[in-house]
Design a protein around this ligand. Structure first.
Ligand SMILES: Cc1cc2nc3c(=O)[nH]c(=O)nc-3n(C[C@H](O)[C@H](O)[C@H](O)COP(=O)(O)OP(=O)(O)OC[C@H]3O[C@@H](n4cnc5c(N)ncnc54)[C@H](O)[C@@H]3O)c2cc1C
Length: 444
């Protein structure tokens, strides 16, 4: 079962996973002089500000992903890469420590997925370009045909998948790529095809674009991403990222509600990062998207494959990097090895498995972090060790690198665990805990 000249591919969803898969399919097909037709179904206009143009994300990508994309021919322009972050500040309930990127590859870039937060349309022209629009345009330049419609139904026309959209328009395809993300009804379309697909496990998150103005963002946050390890019940991850005149707040937790948000905005470490006397404006652009926390079931069959968030992703970070990996693996399999279930099992599934297995280790790291939060002694010792590494130019930055990788997604969770379990780090942490304990005893 293979693609041949004039085979038709339908990509459902034009977020990063859909656009990159279309791009790589067409690029690889061209390289072997195969002429395929690729349609991308995407109803959203990413040039719009606020929810209509936005695929709801923290908008942080690692420099290493920017470089991988460039190697694959996807050069992100400066107006897509809004700000470069070269440090992150780790806040606990008691103090903070700043960790600088010690190589250029470790920096992180910030993007807006759509036209920007609600209200940004008053700035004309917008000083940034939407990341998702850039990728969709790139796929179109490569030859994809964009259909600006929502797919309503997927079924089978004999052994081939069929798409229904708009006023009952239908088209049968040789291959369907599902890239519908986690938000919206797109997932059930694939469940209804009855090949055994079950969507990934997901939980709700919270994002808000806080308008401070560029000067206050620079003053309060600098070129640093701020990560808060606060002992608030149910809180798993909290970050504030500078993005032009905005600070993007991302909250992950068991039940992110008004009570949790009130506690977050009252926490002294958070208050330090907000402009003096600042209160969250009522009209702040915010959303509660779903975030991927567990693998899907059977994300492929003959002539159908799912990529991006509706397939396998990375736990709590680097979802765009995971979409890139799956898009490449999917395109390579379809063009080189065919579009049968067996081909996807053999050449696409290993990339999914690698992400799924790594997330198990990520789960352990986040559970340890959570367990550690009520123990201020351990948290303070951790910050002491980070500070001593940062203040000593000759010190190897092992702990700083492990923390950087955990919070930015620059490396796999396996690498983070391998690096953190290094005897040097364990001894350093143990000594720091002992020192803190002795100093507490001395001071009563
Ligand atoms: C709180 C939060 C913070 C995050 N922060 C980051 C971050 O900082 N960095 C990072 O790398 N990742 C981050 N992610 C993850 C990232 O957002 C996702 O991994 C990424 O968006 C996945 O891309 P995708 O193309 O699979 O799905 P999406 O981006 O969701 O795109 C799916 C597309 O499919 C379209 N679609 C849906 N249904 C249909 C249909 N029936 N017909 C046609 N089109 C349809 C939608 O309109 C949409 O455009 C974050 C996620 C959350 C929830």
């Amino acid at each position: 079962m293979e693609l041949s000249d004039h085979s038709r591919v339908g990509v459902i969803g034009g977020g990063p996973a859909g656009s990159m898969t279309a791009y790589f399919l067409l690029e690889l097909a061209k390289s072997i002089h195969l002429k395929i037709d690729v349609d991308i179904f995407e109803p959203r206009d990413f040039s719009l500000t606020g929810p209509p143009g936005c695929n709801m994300c923290g908008g942080v990508i690692s420099e290493s992903l920017v470089q991988k994309l460039a190697i694959s021919g996807i050069h992100l322009p400066n107006d897509v890469l809004m700000d470069t972050i070269d440090a992150y500040t780790l806040h606990t309930d008691h103090s903070n420590a700043r960790i600088r990127a010690h190589t250029e590859e470790m920096r992180i870039a910030c993007i807006f997925r759509g036209g920007g937060p609600k209200g940004a349309e008053t700035q004309k022209p917008l000083p940034w370009q939407a990341f998702d629009q850039f990728l969709l345009d790139l796929a179109q330049k490569q030859g994809a045909n964009r259909i600006p419609k929502r797919v309503k139904k997927l079924d089978w026309d004999h052994d081939r998948p069929r798409v229904t959209w708009g006023e009952e328009k239908t088209q049968t395809y040789d291959l369907i790529v599902g890239a519908v993300g986690l938000n919206g009804a797109g997932l059930s379309l694939f469940e209804q095809m009855n090949f055994g697909y079950k969507p990934p496990r997901a939980t709700k998150a919270y994002i808000a674009e806080l308008y401070f103005g560029s000067e206050e963002v620079e003053r309060r946050l600098g070129k640093s991403m701020h990560i808060f390890l606060l002992n608030i019940p149910g809180l798993k991850f909290l970050a504030l990222t500078p993005k032009g005149p905005y600070a993007t707040l991302v909250v992950l937790g068991e039940n992110v509600d008004k009570t949790m948000l009130d506690r977050i905005f009252r926490a002294p470490e958070m208050v330090q990062c907000l402009p003096h006397g600042w209160k969250v404006p009522v009209q702040t652009c915010h959303c509660q998207p779903k975030i991927h926390i567990g693998p899907p079931h059977k994300p492929f069959t003959d002539r159908v494959v799912l990529v991006g968030d509706c397939s396998s992703s990375r736990l709590f970070k680097d979802g765009i990097g995971a979409s890139y990996k799956l898009a490449k693996a999917c395109a390579y399999t379809a063009i080189v090895h065919g579009i049968s279930k067996q081909a996807f099992q053999r050449f696409f599934a290993p990339t999914c498995r690698e992400l799924d297995h790594d997330n198990l280790l990520g789960g352990i790291i986040f559970s340890l972090d959570h367990l550690m939060r009520p123990f201020s002694l351990v948290q303070e010792a951790l910050l002491d060790s980070v500070r001593s590494e940062q203040n000593d130019p000759a010190s190897p930055k092992k702990l700083s690198t492990a923390l950087w990788d955990t919070f930015t997604g620059s490396a796999s969770y396996r690498t983070v665990i391998a690096n953190t379990a290094h005897p040097d780090i364990v001894i350093k942490l143990f000594k720091a805990i002992l020192r803190r304990w002795l100093s507490r005893r001395k001071n009563g």
